[in-house]
Design a binder for this molecule. Structure first.
Ligand code: PLP
Length: 386
């Protein structure tokens, strides 16, 4: 029997999967569970997108597309940057990928040499670390807290940079904290990175989901950065597995080579469906949903502190609240387990997002109806009182 590679063994499973499996088992026994652990919209794919996908299947448009994606979709994405952000980029720089996951893998594979390190915030999206170690790079996790909106800033990057650092990875809005990086801070980081010839990757997967200001893109600050994006979140298309990567000019050809070899092309029907994602009818639906997410966030921002959680920074995007629970427990994992067992509310403990005071944090995903959120808060109140 072949041995499992050390590289593969180093990949950590999500702790929340254990909780999710338990939640499913409890549901199978008839217990009602409220899911606040799920990182995907509860809304279905918008009808115009579904219709476009169904039409593609009916017309049997099922062959491979070019590795970088349908030209029409790459152009539609470029048009989206022009219309929404007044940013002009060539569609040549856009690669359609199997989700932001494909985009992350492609971008990191294009820049990491074994042993080189990538700077990223802790807490942060767990797969980032795993992608870096899969490519035999080194993760340099930088602890962030409320004083920097749980984001990296130039001072932190400068402090942790060394000759071995090849890239830095940002996410705005962030998972798990829902916070944005300010334009000034981002501009300062990009300037520093340029001086040090370090690649900057900005994950904008939650881009359309902002509640207190207009959506932005780091592409308005520089053309020499990598942008990761996806149809999964704002566009409610998680299962279609489709996203995109924007690369600097110099990386177009290598991204094409890598895309051909790693996944050949993103799913064809999903690409045709995504062509309808930027249509005014679709955007109208998505904006209504954004308003609904904002109502949910505002409700939790008021309700959770009354239960004893502290929310150190107001999250202005994504669909997450990263709440400090140290007044209620010194072990957020156990807290999450017991909360599920006793009152049927599933939440994600901080441990899934890094090592930085993880035991003091819980991520609440407001990817369920306001009514469910209200019921969850009532149940949490009962749980905390016992
Ligand atoms: C920050 C971040 N990046 C990337 C992804 C991957 O998303 P997908 O591959 O569905 O586009 C996720 C999913 O939760 C995420 O939260």
């Amino acid at each position: 029997m072949a041995a499992i590679s050390k590289r593969a063994q180093a990949i950590q499973p999500f702790h929340v999967m254990k909780l999710l499996a338990r939640a499913k088992a409890l549901e199978a026994k008839g217990k009602h569970i409220i899911h606040l652990e799920v990182g995907e919209p509860d809304f279905n794919t918008p009808q115009p997108v579904l219709d476009a996908g169904i039409a593609a299947i009916k017309d049997v448009r099922m062959h491979y597309t070019p590795p970088m994606g349908l030209v029409a979709l790459r152009e539609a994405i470029a048009q989206f940057y022009r219309d929404r952000f007044q940013v002009t980029i060539s569609s040549e720089r856009i690669i359609v990928t199997p989700g932001a996951s494909g985009a992350l893998l492609l971008a990191l594979a294009a820049i990491i040499e074994p042993g080189q390190s990538v700077l990223m915030a802790d807490p942060g999206y767990p797969c980032n670390r795993n992608f870096v170690s899969l490519l035999e790079g080194r993760n340099q996790l930088i602890k962030v807290d409320a004083t920097t909106q749980f984001q990296l800033n130039k001072a932190l990057v400068e402090q942790h940079w060394d000759n071995n650092t090849t890239a830095l990875l940002l996410a705005s809005p962030s998972n798990p904290t829902g916070t944005n990086i300010s334009e000034k801070s981002l501009a300062d980081i990009i300037q520093f990175a340029e001086q040090k010839q370090m690649a900057v990757l900005v994950d904008e997967i939650y881009q359309g989901l902002v509640y207190d200001s207009a959506a932005t893109t780091a592409l308005s600050l520089s053309n020499d950065i990598f942008i990761i994006n996806s149809f999964s979140k704002y566009f409610s298309m998680t299962g279609w597995r489709i996203g995109w990567l924007v690369v600097p000019e110099a990386f177009i050809s290598v991204a094409d080579n890598l895309a051909q070899n790693i996944f050949l092309a993103a799913p064809t029907a999903a690409q045709y469906a995504a062509l309808a994602a930027f249509k005014p009818d679709t955007i109208k639906i998505l904006e209504q949903r954004r308003n609904e997410f904002k109502l949910r966030r505002d409700y939790l921002l008021e309700a959770l502190p009354k239960l004893g959680f502290k929310i150190p920074v107001k999250p202005d995007g994504a669909f997450y609240i990263y709440a400090n629970c140290e007044n209620l427990t010194d072990n957020s994992f156990e807290f999450a387990e017991q909360c599920l067992e006793q009152v049927g509310v599933a939440i994600t403990p901080g441990i899934d997002f890094g090592n930085n005071s993880a035991e003091k944090y819980i991520r609440f995903a407001y990817t369920t109806s306001l009514n469910n959120l209200k019921e969850a808060v009532t149940r949490l109140e009962r749980f905390i009182a016992t």
